[in-house]
Ligand binder design. Structure first.
Ligand SMILES: [Zn+2]
Length: 427
């Protein structure tokens, strides 16, 4: 069995505890010992890494990934890419996420039915580098809902990124079919979205019995349901019927906030701040926002989402980063930016943002007893970071500062022979 001994690291373990000077032993794919620096006996059979006080932390986990997004400007791009090329791009993004220190990702929808599943399987078989992955279905919504790009005079073809369904029978069939194909996550879109003016964010699109049908299939097949839910009523439907992950929650009213708080032990909320923030502030060269009225609507979305997340955090609801990366103005590979948004926009401490991307990441992946912390018995998904992310979170956005990336006990990026000397954290 291969073994790696990290010596003299500043261990930022993901639990929320202050970093400590420590040694960490990895045997096979697991962390088998964690001790104060200098307490662990030398191991001649282990690759020993003298960390010199660099930070050893859990790999980051992206809770709102779309690996089959292609840094496009509009969703129409999905329909014009043949499935073969689309799979190659999906795998390219999977590798990029690992290069960026994301050793886990929870998919928030694929853009063709089997892209996530095939990518996940290739990664799990060791045929292609990529993060641990929960694979998602395409998104299910109603006729005319977000992403229903059909036009009556055109053949929609097979590969819509949104699958329109109407009535509980159609939703149930779509969900069962996705389960048959091997997805882990069923994605629904019960509300509108500002990006689709015909169905704005405060509008509720799916009905109670449609949401219930998908949740029922998920329970029967032991799958997870994730929802794009911006309207107040859509959030309430999600909580009522047992949706596990709620994205955006923009228009949550007092009753929706109470319901989310009441379900805080089982529900996760992720606002996806980056896609909205960048669309407002960094997408000008792509002609976005497209009109002053659209700009006003996006500003409102962002303002309300921020207020909602601050309130949910105050009430103890698990609020996770993750930012809908994969648009031209919000490209893949910048995912660690979300941690800084959490600090700058939501008032999280850097430690709380890191816990959101590590420990809570393990929880949303449904692997909370073995993923997302530097802890004895946990899976060895680890980053060695040149610098202190608690002092400057933006270090995590700089790939050159991620001096080693380990997934499942094996190096995706091996450390250099000599690591820089860093101030060791106080023992
Ligand atoms: Zn999304």
């Amino acid at each position: 069995m291969s073994a790696t001994l990290y010596r003299n690291a500043s261990v930022l373990d993901g639990s929320g505890a202050a970093p400590f000077a420590g040694d960490v032993l990895v045997e096979g794919n697991r962390i088998t010992d964690v001790a104060a620096a200098g307490r662990m006996p030398p191991r001649v059979d282990a690759q020993t890494i003298e960390c010199n006080g660099t930070t050893l932390m859990p790999g980051l986990i992206e809770p709102h990934a779309h690996l089959s997004f292609v840094d496009q400007t509009t969703p129409f791009a999905f329909n014009t890419i043949p499935v073969e090329e689309h799979l190659l791009l999906t795998l390219k993004h999977a590798r990029l996420y690992l290069d960026c220190g994301f050793t886990g990702c929870f998919s928030a929808a694929a853009t063709k039915p089997r892209l996530d599943v095939v990518a996940r399987n290739a990664i799990n078989r060791g045929e292609h580098p990529g993060p641990r992955m929960l694979a998602a279905s395409v998104q299910f919504t109603v006729t005319g809902g977000v992403g229903d790009l059909r036009q009556m005079h055109l053949d929609p073809g097979e590969a819509m990124y949104t699958l329109p369904c109407d009535g509980p029978v159609e939703f149930r069939r779509a969900a069962r079919e996705a389960c048959r194909e091997g997805v882990d996550v069923l994605k629904i879109v019960p509300s509108g979205d500002t990006s689709t003016p015909a169905v704005p964010s405060p509008r509720t699109l799916m009905t109670d019995d449609e949401v219930a049908a998908v949740c029922d299939v998920a329970r029967n097949h032991d799958r997870v349901v994730a929802a794009h839910a911006r309207s107040a009523e859509s959030i309430k439907m999600c909580v009522r019927h047992g949706v596990d992950v709620i994205y955006h929650a923009t228009y949550a009213d007092a009753e929706a906030l109470d319901m989310l708080e009441g379900a805080k032990d089982r529900v996760f909320v992720a606002p996806a701040l980056s896609v909205t923030w960048t669309r407002l502030h960094e997408a000008g060269k792509y002609g976005l926002p497209s009109t002053p009225a659209m700009k006003t609507r996006i500003e409102r979305d962002l303002e309300l989402t921020i207020a909602c997340m601050i309130e949910l955090k105050r009430r103890g609801v698990r609020v996770l980063p993750g930012g809908d990366y994969g648009f031209m103005w919000n490209p893949h590979g910048n995912n660690a930016r979300d941690l800084t948004y959490f600090v700058d926009l939501l008032g999280f401490t850097p430690m709380e943002a890191i816990v959101g991307a590590t420990k809570l990441g393990g929880e949303i992946m449904r692997m909370d007893s073995e993923l997302g912390q530097v802890k004895k018995g946990f899976l060895a998904d680890l980053l060695l970071v040149d610098g202190d992310p608690l002092a400057d979170l933006r270090i995590l956005e700089d790939r050159s500062r991620l001096v080693a990336i380990m997934k499942d006990g094996a190096f995706h990026k091996a450390p250099p022979p000599q690591l820089p000397q860093r101030q060791r954290a106080a023992a």
